[in-house]
Design a protein around this ligand. Structure first.
Ligand SMILES: Nc1ncnc2c1ncn2[C@@H]1O[C@H](COP(=O)(O)OP(=O)(O)O)[C@@H](O)[C@H]1O
Ligand SMILES: [Mg+2]
Length: 269
């Protein structure tokens, strides 16, 4: 397991060898000690009338604390399904997911909600901000609902808005912001409770390339430098070069992908 200490971001530009990604090969099946996530024989089947769609077919995966794992796959390959299972939003047809040795697949819905509230931050492709709340309220309300005192939620909300560069927009409503700005608010919201695990489902998928790069840099900066575990679904091979590990989601399986820093697209296309 490779962990970058004090790693900071470089400009995200095509063709720049910013950070060699790590090829995992056989190490993929070796559970590292201190695993944050352990997935065993995970299967998800959707019933469609008479037919069954097997989206995940006996997946095994171990992710260490502090790792950045990219899930690469075409639309419909099962990336969101896997993230939703890890977050406990959805439940598997079979198999086990452990987070910090807690088998979340045995928990009831309320316990899974509490787990998400305490340990997991989620960033969505379409931001999912609440339109009737201001930027600051979008960040503080979930905290207050989770029992954090309003002044403390405000304080940390303001601090996060400073970090994502939107402190001057705290009283603005989301529809007055650009897509990139909305995603920066969503990142602040996802990090407000200081989660150990951050799940990002195509966080740049709805942004133009330049904005997407800025948002990605921000997300990586705020998670990597804080030593959080990050799992990001994407179909953009460029992102893969930043990861500790890249897994292709295809035909219900996860396959390790070797990424060459200077030729990501050739290897991954
Ligand atoms: N609630 C559902 N009911 C039936 N099929 C679903 C449901 N959610 C996802 N699927 C199917 O599962 C497959 C994987 O979907 P998804 O995980 O969203 O893929 P990705 O995020 O990689 O685009 C797709 O074929 C999709 O149609
Ligand atoms: Mg998806």
């Amino acid at each position: 397991m490779t962990k970058k200490q004090g790693w900071s971001l470089f400009p995200f530009s095509k063709g720049t060898a910013v950070k060699p990604s790590i090829a995992i090969d056989s190490a993929a099946s070796q559970p590292p000690s201190g695993a944050m996530i352990q997935i065993e024989h995970l299967t998800k089947v959707y019933q469609e009338g008479e037919a069954q769609r097997v989206v995940l077919d006996g997946v095994n995966l171990t992710i260490a604390a502090g790792e950045f794992v990219v899930l690469l796959g075409h639309s419909g390959s099962g990336k969101s399904t896997l993230l939703n299972l890890i977050s406990g939003i959805d439940q598997p047809s079979a198999g086990t997911i452990r987070i910090n040795d807690l088998a979340i697949t045995t928990l009831d819905e309320r316990s899974r909600t509490l787990l998400r509230r305490d340990y997991i931050g989620f960033v969505f492709q379409f931001f999912n901000l609440i339109p009737t709340l201001t930027v600051l309220e979008n960040i503080t309300l979930p905290q207050e609902l989770a029992g954090v005192a309003a002044p403390i939620a405000q304080q940390s909300g303001v601090m996060l808005l400073e970090k994502v560069g939107l402190i001057d927009r705290q009283q603005t409503y989301p529809d007055k912001l650009s897509g990139g700005q909305q995603q920066r608010v969503a990142i602040a919201r996802a990090l407000a409770h200081n989660p150990q695990l951050v799940l990002a489902d195509e966080p740049t998928g709805n942004l133009d390339e330049e904005t997407g790069q800025t948002v990605l840099q921000l997300l990586l900066d705020l998670t990597r430098n804080a030593n959080k575990t990050l799992i990001m679904a994407t179909h953009n091979p460029e992102i893969a070069r930043y990861a500790d590990r890249v897994l292709r989601v295809q035909d219900g399986q996860l396959t390790p992908v070797r990424v060459h820093p200077d030729a990501a697209e050739e290897v991954l296309a």
